[in-house]
Design a protein around this ligand. Structure first.
Ligand SMILES: [Fe+2]
Ligand SMILES: [Fe+2]
Length: 475
């Protein structure tokens, strides 16, 4: 059931061969996908053999198999977690009814929108990261970048399958449009703001995979509760891949910190100019990058009060994070939640109906999860005997979406005058100078076992291979 059929042009575990029309439709989308990959996927990587994992089954044990493959030949395909017999809807106004195997007419537009919005982020991140291979700090990191890229490509396949199978002609048109929008394009940008930002350097990449891929985790987790069973099963499998992306981010930032702390101790200094001259990224710059990626990412959860969020929940389309583990009535009609607003220059909490605040609920769950990793980063400084600590900025810092959009706020939560903000912004968000400095460190360091001077090697290699393993063969 969960084994994947690799003998077909499109690997799948959904018996694609039994549905000729769907199979033909997807086979005709496949060349467009490959053209997209060639045009805006990882630059200059066509001839490389990369040590990648490929899903061979969706079972929890050993779902992945490792080997050197050309990325263009990666077995992108359609993998759903096994169906749960007799699954019922466990939240919203349809609670207790049978989960849907097909899209109910009245929810068609909303479901399509949810799937397209999720689908759009997947190719967007590949586009954002396409130049990074040219400045990889090691062969190990290069391989991790490529692994993330091919899996985001597969996530696009996952959403395109749902569109083709369940949304007819509209779905096919949406699938085409997913390859036409482009990250940062003036005329036809990606749907969400954070996915039109640049990922110009590897510190940004690690912050992105830590913070923004984690947004992916929370969105997918909420969709894995969906009453629309194929969406729930698809996103559940995607979540297993997402875990690796966040590992790349968390361990990446951790290794940058480790290297900086090492040089701080060697030189016995925290002087930014001296550390930069020694070729490492000073801790205040890392904090500014963190502030930027964190604030841009929490905007992705949407407006703090949203009638769409209420509709999505009540109609069973999108649940809360870990809906099944919560001990309430799973309908939420009588419940309230606190959101923030600024009144007379001060932040205030306001109680609103919880159904309307579900974006905020998910954002708060995300914030808790993010903070845990930041605490682990701080252990690196603690161990090195350095008293600098990273912090996540206040939820209202640098927001562009919702009631807090445009509020001038310090990272520690004080409302500021426009003058004070203008004066101090450069202490809190990466400046052009910071970015230019980080960019100046980005050179290509790709001999097996060698690492750029601004990052420490990892503790372990991938799939129990040594750190100096030949993860990428350049041919
Ligand atoms: Fe993804
Ligand atoms: Fe991801």
């Amino acid at each position: 059931m969960s084994a994947i059929n690799y003998s077909e042009k499109i690997p799948n575990n959904v018996n694609l061969g039994e549905d000729r029309t769907l199979q033909r439709a997807l086979e005709s989308w496949q060349p467009s996908f490959l053209n997209w990959w060639d045009d805006v996927g990882p630059e200059g990587s066509v001839g490389y053999d990369v040590y990648l994992r490929t899903a061979v089954s969706v079972d929890p044990q050993g779902w992945a198999q490792f080997g050197h493959v050309k990325m263009r030949d990666y077995r992108w395909g359609i993998f759903l977690n096994p169906a749960e017999a007799g699954r019922t809807i466990h939240f919203g106004d349809h609670l207790g009814e049978k989960a849907w195997q097909d899209v109910p007419g009245e929810h068609r537009a909303n479901l399509r929108r949810i799937i397209v919005t999720q689908g759009d982020t997947e190719p967007a991140s590949v586009e954002q990261q396409r130049h990074l291979g040219l400045t990889a700090p090691s062969m190990y990191d290069l391989r991790n970048l490529f692994q993330v890229n091919v899996e985001e490509g597969r996530h696009l396949w996952a959403m395109v399958y749902l569109l083709h199978k369940h949304f007819g002609r509209d779905g096919r048109e949406e699938a085409e449009a997913l390859l036409e929008r482009q990250s940062g394009d003036e005329n036809n940008p990606r749907i969400l703001g954070a996915f039109n930002e640049k990922t110009p350097d590897w510190l940004s990449f690690f912050m992105f995979t830590y913070f923004t891929d984690r947004d992916g985790k929370f969105q997918l987790a909420a969709l894995s509760e969906s009453a629309f069973d194929p969406l729930a099963r698809t996103t559940r499998f995607m979540l297993t891949e997402e875990a690796h992306h966040m590992f790349v981010g968390e361990s990446g930032v951790s290794r940058v910190l480790q290297r900086t702390c090492q040089v701080m101790n060697e030189l016995r200094t925290d002087d930014v100019a001296r550390l930069r001259a020694a070729g490492v990224i000073d801790l205040p710059t890392i904090q500014r990058y963190l502030n930027f990626h964190y604030s841009v990412t929490i905007d992705l959860f949407g407006a703090d009060q949203s009638s769409n969020a209420a509709t999505f929940y009540s109609s069973g389309l999108k649940g809360r994070y870990e809906e099944g583990k919560r001990m309430d009535d799973h309908r939420l009609h009588e419940q309230h939640y606190k959101v923030l607003q600024v009144v007379d220059g001060k932040l205030q909490e306001k109680e609103v109906p919880m159904l309307n605040a579900l974006n905020e609920v998910l954002r708060d769950d995300y914030i808790k999860d993010s903070n845990a990793g930041v605490a682990r980063w701080n252990k690196v400084m603690e161990k090195a005997g350095i008293d600098f600590r990273l912090t996540v900025p206040h939820k209202a810092f640098n927001r562009q979406i919702g009631a807090l959009a445009g509020v001038r706020m310090s990272p520690d939560g004080r409302v500021l005058s426009p003058q004070e903000w203008a004066l101090r912004e450069g202490e809190w968000l990466p400046t052009a100078e910071d970015r230019a400095f980080v960019a100046s460190l980005m050179g290509r360091c790709i001999e097996p076992g060698k690492f750029a001077g601004w990052i420490a090697p990892p503790v372990m290699g991938i799939n129990r291979q040594p750190v100096d393993f030949e993860y990428v063969r350049f041919n």
